[in-house]
Design a protein around this ligand. Structure first.
Ligand code: 5GP
Length: 193
């Protein structure tokens, strides 16, 4: 996605060889026009997959996920990282190790929003080791629903997440693929035109 690539190049801040900061359009301040384009692009890519729900994890996944769900005309659910007082019984729980926070969180989704007939599109802002995406996939599979695909805004292809998810049989579709974050510079994976 050309616009997204340009945003990453002009506004992305390389914090280390592992971590990219994009808080001016995705992780803190959010760019609504860009989110709309992202939603449209995911909807196009997964158009044939008969998606019934979009699932993400709070908080940075919510904007791209809601715009995708709007385009696909299906509901969007976000997994919570902190237990809500109103979310007591009948919850689906999975442990997810956070790449950026270096801690394990229990993520939760209310059982009533997923059923075995659902075909779920998982959306997240970044893909590193695949922990968040695998956790979301396990939540979907706990109820016997199926994962129709995984849509990622920024994949860091030098980390193993995409490969591990594909090896596990999931379709992974990333809008931008970063090959390296070396010496403060973002390098992209060459895409065929
Ligand atoms: P994974 O679970 O695939 O190891 O890491 C993905 C999750 O960690 C995403 O939900 C995202 O919030 C966070 N994350 C991983 N790498 C980065 C990064 O380079 N920059 C930012 N801003 N978040 C990241």
């Amino acid at each position: 996605m050309k616009l997204l690539k340009e945003k990453v190049m002009t506004e992305g801040i390389v914090l280390s060889n592992q971590v990219l900061k994009v808080d001016s359009f995705l992780n803190h301040q959010m760019d609504p026009e860009l989110m709309r384009e992202i939603g449209g692009e995911f909807a196009r890519r997964f158009a044939g997959e008969k998606i019934t729900k979009v699932l993400t994890i709070e908080s940075s996944g919510i904007a791209p996920a809601i715009m995708t769900a709007l385009e696909l005309k299906v509901p969007m659910i976000f997994a919570r990282k902190h237990k809500s007082l109103t979310l007591k019984d009948d919850i689906l729980v999975e442990k997810v190790y956070s790449f950026t926070k270096r801690e394990t969180n229990e993520i939760t989704v209310s059982k009533k929003f997923l059923s075995p007939s659902d075909r779920v599109l998982i959306i997240d802002d970044f893909l590193a080791n695949g922990e968040a995406a695998f956790g979301l996939a396990r939540i979907v599979e706990q109820v016997g629903a199926s994962v129709a695909g995984i849509g990622i805004v920024i994949e860091k292809s030098f980390q193993p997440g995409a490969r591990l998810l594909e090896e596990a049989g999931y379709r992974v579709d990333s809008l931008v693929r970063v090959a390296a974050l070396e010496d403060g510079v973002v390098t992209f994976v060459e895409e065929p035109n």
